[in-house]
Design a protein around this ligand. Structure first.
Ligand SMILES: [Zn+2]
Length: 477
């Protein structure tokens, strides 16, 4: 009897189902005697055991309260701390590198710096799609990657070199991931094209009127995409973005426009708000924060890039931008608005020729700013970079906290980050999808879990210094 293709399919399906118990029976990895910071903001739980089966967390319990499973691989992490893998909720990976070969090292540096997922907020989706498929299938030692397709007004694409570079080969504004939107745009088609890039969300950027923001957000949600916007999309106001149903709004300083008497239709003034005269607690801004809290809109604060700009290129930002941005972020947090941690960079500090692969990822510095200037406790800053980051990407069900059933994406620390937030940099090892990655591991993806966890980590990265120069990627808000 000739082999029917369906019979072959069925046989393959059956054999793969039959093969599953073999994976399920693989010995669990146990992290024992470790202090757990679960990412929800809950206090540290001392002397816990985390059981990892395959890629997921199978159990979390006080050490010694259960018998060791047969054949378990045990990593005694006495004296160590574990937190969920960090999520940089605002990166721009593409454009920062001279060629493709560098991405492998760049992504690996992010992973070994404790970052197990990133949200890319606009770039070249041809490259991002490829990197995300490789990373998210665990074929690359990399954070998982979720990315946006950008939409803005036609004027933006006519003049913005970053957007032109990110869609090189396409007419400006016509690439599915860099679309110019106007009153005549076929919105369902535009959103479908954006979705076709593999993007998780639309990023609404620069210069769109409130009516278009509303239509695009509704259509994106209808088609199963999330909606990530700039806090002000000139002339659409922060209140317009929130009312349209934005899932996240980016950049604390742009909230100033919620208190302005009018929002110009020129997005180039976005960082030049009247920080001297508009109070962060002005009634319209408080009303906005309350609406965000009510609707669950996440504030993607990105304090770091503005702090760097205020320090190194103050003419490009409004006077008083940082005290104002810290104050409004503090207020948002106090009101119960969820705030994520995003660096608005390649994820790594800049060196003279691209990202500094030896430095700690910048999300650590963003967390430190939240603690040092915006009233977050260290546990709350860790939550911003874990549970809230996962929510920003629409990934709450799979990641962001240390809980049974979630991905075993974890960072083991040598020092207590609740004593000093900068101890998030004391990375001993990183676990992603249940596999251990260490700085001294050979390049490429280790196929078998590594042992010897308690050896001191080689080459622990120094706390990043602020680099003055930035690349010409879409990084920079
Ligand atoms: Zn950005």
């Amino acid at each position: 009897m000739p082999a029917n293709p369906w019979t072959i399919c069925l046989a393959l399906l059956l054999s793969s189902i039959l093969a599953l118990p073999a994976f399920a029976a693989a010995p669990p990895l146990l992290l024992t005697h470790v202090a757990v910071i679960d990412g929800t903001g809950a206090p540290v739980q001392a002397d816990m055991t985390i059981a990892i089966a395959g890629a997921r967390i199978a159990a979390v319990y006080p050490s010694g309260s259960r018998a060791l499973p047969q054949g378990a691989r045990v990593q005694d992490l006495r004296g160590r701390y574990v937190m969920p893998g960090l999520i940089d909720a605002h990166v721009h990976l593409t454009g920062a590198e001279p060629d493709f070969a560098h991405y492998r090292r760049h992504l690996r540096a992010l992973l070994l710096g404790g970052v197990t997922a990133v949200r890319d907020m606009a770039g070249d989706d041809r490259l991002l799609g490829y990197l995300a498929r490789e990373a998210n299938a665990d074929a690359l030692a990399s954070p998982d990657i979720y990315y946006a397709a950008l939409m803005a007004g036609p004027a933006f694409f006519a003049e913005d070199v970053r957007a032109q570079e990110a869609s090189a080969g396409e007419r400006p504004g016509s690439a599915p991931w860099m679309q110019a939107i106007s009153a005549t745009t076929d919105i369902p088609l535009a959103v479908a094209e954006a979705k076709g890039t593999g993007a998780t969300a639309l990023k609404l950027y620069a210069d769109l009127p409130a009516g278009l923001v509303r239509q695009l957000a509704a259509e994106a949600h209808r088609q199963g995409l999330r909606v990530w916007t700039h806090a002000t999309i000139f002339p659409a106001t922060p209140a317009d973005a929130v009312a349209a149903g934005a899932d996240t709004i980016s950049h604390s300083p742009y909230l100033v426009w919620a208190g302005a008497s009018r929002v110009p239709d020129d997005y180039r003034v976005r960082a030049m708000g009247d920080f001297a005269h508009i109070r962060p607690d002005a009634p319209p801004i408080l009303a906005l924060l309350q609406a965000m809290k009510r609707r669950g809109t996440i504030l993607d604060a990105t304090l770091l890039p503005f702090q760097q700009e205020a320090e190194h290129d103050p003419a490009k930002v409004g006077a008083g931008i940082m005290p104002w941005s810290y104050a409004v972020t503090r207020l948002a947090h106090a009101q119960g608005v969820w705030v994520d941690a995003g660096s608005d960079s390649s994820g790594l500090p800049d060196a003279s020729h691209g990202p500094n692969l030896r430095a700690l990822p910048e999300v650590h510095a963003e967390m430190a700013l939240l603690v040092e200037h915006a009233g977050f406790t260290p546990l709350e800053a860790i939550r911003a970079a874990t549970e809230v980051g996962a929510a920003a990407m629409g990934q709450s069900a799979r990641r962001g906290t240390i809980a049974v059933g979630k991905l075993a994406d974890l960072v083991v620390l040598g020092a207590d980050p609740t004593r000093d937030i900068r101890n998030t940099g004391s990375i001993v090892l990183v676990i992603k999808n249940g596999r251990i990655h260490r700085k001294d591991a050979p390049r490429g993806l280790p196929r078998a879990p590594e042992e010897g966890v308690n050896q001191p980590a080689a080459g622990t990265a120094a706390y990043p210094s602020v680099a003055p120069g930035r690349t010409a990627s879409l990084a920079r808000s």
